[in-house]
Design a protein around this ligand. Structure first.
Ligand code: F6P
Length: 550
């Protein structure tokens, strides 16, 4: 029993009903489900904004979906959703509201945190960002020597890097191609070196992105970038003001670093790092694509927010996708979830989702701090599909693991490609459709034999099939569609966290490594004795020092 009187997840009748149903359906076969219901292909679909979502190739029946929705109702997923949208402090371990949805609320909306409407502040920052972005794009905001800014380097890590870095790739066709935009995250000096080695400091703007402004990787890189700039511009400290801006919630630390808060774009503690990309953290993207396109993207987020908030359970896409993940993770023991975009522009999309999903739902205690007795978030992985087909798809098709997967594709190639390259799009999409077909329906031994395959190879060439996939198809990959896709996954992750009764909005698991790194560093540099260093790490540190000639 929970403190709030609710039964623990795995002791609820709805959970038992699903476990019983799993036994009943046993090794349910997609071939049989489709044979029994010719309308399934068109019927098991949803339209959300521009996203056509096909979930027909899942190991579910109407009964499964009904039981999953009953579980969601019993866990009051929609109640928690409403509390989130209302600004209640549902991030319990940090005592914070979870209001990334307010970042894309329309100007007239009212969303209160501690009795204060936060929407006017959101729009004030957006307007400042837009003004700044347009000044950089037009050349009005020049560097210290009067030269036009031609390079923008975002320095940040995790949520202060992955979102803008991903979106910059996604929306490249919408970017100002005259601008060079790069992203530095790794504390490995090679990252900053490679990002700046061919740039002219006089033409380079650094955006230091850090919610806390205490993250060691970001502050170290930003300090080195400052030296690089000053070395290149003759050491005049005044140059910093024209070449550094900050994105943060922490004005004190920004000032301490030496960036004027006039050059700081603010966000708030009710925006989680991994949910922050549509806040000021998106400034680099806004400079690249312009304020209007950025606002189109926010409109896309809002389409899915409104859908999630208002669509009934039977037609609610984030709810459905979240529940399908629960079905496989908790009742089929699936350990991972693949996201396989059939678009080169989405090459960093899965990496972005890894933080969104795994930092949110990689938890093993419930909201009251008790060990969970059920599986929580999956390992999320994947790269653009056609490349994956020639690498790891073998394991998905014929390995021993169940890997539910999302396939994301677009009807139209981007215009900029020109006729020859656009003509390749049908081939790309033929692969997209063929893969989900092969995964779902496989190839029986009879079909293999009918092709004249010698008997000793039949087993090797048989595809078991029955691998579940969701297909997400849109006309084109626009800024709005990107916003829609991200919001869809944000809310899917929310649904799963609500079902699993975990706090999806903290990330204590990343703390220990950070603390230990600070303790270990003096051992590497000075050979200092670090109390409590275990024998294995001690030996490794000694080896490291030997290899470095220390
Ligand atoms: O270490 C994890 C983390 O706290 C993420 O949650 C966050 O996105 C990232 O570090 C960067 O934090 P910040 O924006 O405060 O530099």
């Amino acid at each position: 029993m929970n403190a709030d009187g609710r039964t623990r997840l795995n002791r609820t009748p709805e959970w038992s009903a699903l476990a019983g149903h799993r036994e009943d359906v046993g090794e349910v076969q997609l071939r049989e489900l489709f044979a029994a219901d010719p309308a399934r292909g068109a019927g098991y679909t949803l339209q959300v904004g521009d996203l056509h979502i096909d979930y027909s190739k899942h190991l579910v029946t109407d009964e499964t979906l009904r039981l999953l929705r009953e579980l969601a109702a019993a866990r009051d997923v929609f109640g928690l959703r409403d509390a989130m949208f209302r600004g209640e402090k549902i991030n319990i371990t940090e005592g914070r509201a979870v209001l990334h949805t307010a970042l894309r609320a329309p100007a007239g909306a009212v969303v209160e945190v501690d009795g204060e409407n936060v929407v006017p502040a959101v729009h004030a920052v957006l307007d400042r960002m837009a003004d700044f972005a347009e000044r950089v794009r037009s050349g009005e905001w020049a560097g210290h020597t009067g030269r036009r800014i031609r390079n923008v380097v975002n320095i940040g890590i995790g949520g202060s890097d992955l979102g803008p870095a991903m979106a910059y790739e996604v929306l490249r066709p919408y970017t100002d191609r005259e601008l060079t935009v790069r992203f530095v995250s790794n504390v490995d000096g090679a990252d900053l070196h490679e990002a700046t080695r061919d740039l002219d400091p006089a033409e380079t703007l650094f955006i230091v992105a850090s919610k806390t402004f205490t993250t060691i990787e970001t502050i170290t890189n930003a300090t080195s970038a400052r030296s690089w700039l000053l070395d290149g511009l003759g050491g005049d400290e005044k140059a910093v003001a024209r070449h550094f801006v900050a994105l943060s919630t922490n004005s004190e630390k920004v000032t301490e670093f030496g960036i004027d808060t006039a050059n700081m774009f603010e966000f708030w503690d009710w925006v989680g790092g991994r949910y922050s990309f549509d806040s000021a953290i998106g400034l680099s993207l806004m400079i690249a694509i312009g304020a209007d396109r950025f606002r189109e993207m926010l409109d896309g987020f809002r389409i899915v927010d409104d859908h999630f908030r208002t669509a009934p359970a039977e037609a609610n896409a984030p709810l459905l996708l979240g529940l399908l993940g629960v079905w496989y993770g908790n009742f089929f023991d699936a350990q991972s979830h693949a996201v396989l975009p059939y678009s080169h522009y989405l090459s960093k999309f899965t990496a972005y989702l890894q933080q969104l999903d795994m930092e949110s739902n990689g938890k093993s205690v419930d909201r009251e701090g008790r060990p969970v007795e059920w599986q929580t978030g999956p390992v999320v992985w994947g790269t653009p599909g056609t490349n994956g087909q020639h690498a790891y798809y073998q394991l998905i098709h014929q390995g021993t693991k169940l890997v539910p997967a999302d396939f994301i594709g677009f009807a139209e190639p981007v215009d900029e490609l020109g006729d020859t390259l656009k003509a390749q799009h049908d081939l790309l999409m033929a692969n997209f459709f063929a893969q989900t077909q092969a995964l779902a329906f496989g190839k029986t031994p009879e079909e293999v034999r009918a092709e004249g395959v010698p008997e000793e190879l039949v087993a090797h060439k048989t595809f078991r099939g029955n691998h579940p996939t969701t297909t997400i198809l849109a006309r084109a990959l626009t800024p709005s569609v990107l916003g829609q896709l991200i919001a869809l996954y944000e809310h899917k992750v929310f649904v799963q966290g609500a079902i699993w009764d975990i706090d999806s909005f903290d990330q204590w698991g990343v703390e220990l490594g950070k603390v230990l790194a600070k303790r270990v560093e003096p051992a590497l540099t000075e050979g200092a004795d670090v109390p409590g260093l275990d024998a294995s790490t001690q030996a490794l540190v000694a080896k490291y020092r030997e290899l470095r000639g220390r």
